[in-house]
Design a protein around this ligand. Structure first.
Ligand SMILES: [Zn+2]
Length: 361
């Protein structure tokens, strides 16, 4: 356990020897108040747990794990099945102690903390497939609206984004697979990890899976689905369907200009115009193929007529999947050691992609 040198020199202590930590912003010694640790005999082996004290409102919370990092406090329930994430300014102190299983009561809800079940919370499959750290074996995203408020993971909108995200990852991986012997040896090794072979000689590719999470803290991507205002999606006077951070983990979707997105694996860009006056639907899959290309690190927007590309500045109905050139470009950046910016950050370099009804090549 390390303490940053804000109150004198940096100090480090073996974790097992630390009994109690208290927040003390004034850098002055403070008398240690004993926590309410048991002391009674337990009929079965006691559990080593952390008692965490939070303020405003004051809550005492028993946790099996607690981590303070980058201004956030992450707690794990006693049974290990639920993770909680909240602002570290609510943190008062933490004490380690032995607790009888029999005396542990159910964890009360922690106000203003985001709770989620742990299969989603452990940053599901965080290992990168290649050297590039943005593409991981399991990818998760947090969906938010124009104002940054969460969109429920079980909402239909969230379902379409999940499907399109998954389709887009699968299409990129499929384009790599289609390179066959032209796939560089360094990439082939990593790619083998995604393939399983049956006795009958069939090869099944399992591309990285995409899941929705309800807490921003554990999402590998933040997707902002804007329905009120397309201003942030207008670049150089042109309305974009989506934007993404290059070498990043942030996607913005224009649900204001395009009120109906659907996720199809087929190649169409626009679905037939409804006759009942409801808005025309567009296919989000090719849009996210383009934006994920940016996220992984492709700059794109070359608009070179000799080299058709899904990474051109517009997507039209004649090209809705990664080309061979796109796959070769992707391999290069997947083999590069790219760390990427944190989820939620979008700089001016996310130029956005437009939808066109005309030819793109
Ligand atoms: Zn773009």
């Amino acid at each position: 356990m390390r303490f940053a040198p804000e109150c004198g020199a940096e100090q480090a202590f073996p974790r097992g020897e630390v009994k109690q930590v208290e927040r003390n912003g004034a850098c002055r010694p403070k008398p240690i108040r004993p926590y309410s640790a048991g002391g009674q005999m337990c009929p079965t082996t006691p559990l080593t747990l952390y008692e965490v004290e939070l303020k405003s409102p004051k809550v005492r919370f028993l946790a099996s794990a607690a981590v303070l990092v980058n201004g956030r406090l992450h707690l794990r329930s006693v049974d290990g099945l639920t993770a909680y994430h909240g602002p570290d300014r609510r943190f008062v102190g933490i004490a380690r102690g032995q607790y009888c299983r029999e005396g542990i009561t159910e964890t009360p809800p922690v106000p203003a903390f985001c709770a989620e079940s742990v299969p989603w919370a452990v940053n599901y499959g965080p290992e990168p497939v290649f050297d590039n750290r943005i593409l991981t074996r399991g990818m998760s995203f947090y969906l938010e609206d124009d104002r940054g408020a969460p969109i429920a993971p079980d909402s239909p909108r969230s379902q379409e984004v999940r499907n399109a995200f998954g389709n887009a990852v699968a299409q990129w991986m499929g384009a790599l697979q289609d390179l066959g012997p032209d796939l560089p040896p360094a990439a082939r090794v990593a790619f083998q990890g995604m393939l399983s072979r049956s006795a009958g000689g069939y090869v099944l590719m399992t591309p990285p899976q995409v899941v929705r999470v309800g807490c921003r803290d554990t999402a590998s991507f933040v997707v902002r689905y804007m329905t009120r205002d397309a201003k942030a999606l207008t670049v150089g006077g042109q309305v974009k369907a989506a934007r993404a951070q290059v070498e990043g983990r942030t996607l913005w979707i224009n649900g204001a200009t395009y009120p109906c997105w659907r996720a199809a694996l087929t190649g169409e860009l626009a679905f037939p115009k409804p006759t009942d006056g409801s808005p025309q639907c567009y296919n989000l899959t090719p849009i996210l193929v383009h934006e994920l290309g940016h996220a992984f690190g492709l700059a794109g927007h070359l608009d070179d007529l000799a080299h058709p590309s899904i990474m051109n500045s517009s997507i039209g109905p004649d090209l809705t999947r990664p080309t061979r050139d796109d796959a070769l470009a992707l391999v290069k950046i997947l083999l590069a050691a790219i760390a990427g910016t944190p989820a939620g950050r979008l700089d001016a370099d996310g130029p956005g992609v437009a939808i066109t009804t005309g030819p793109t090549r």
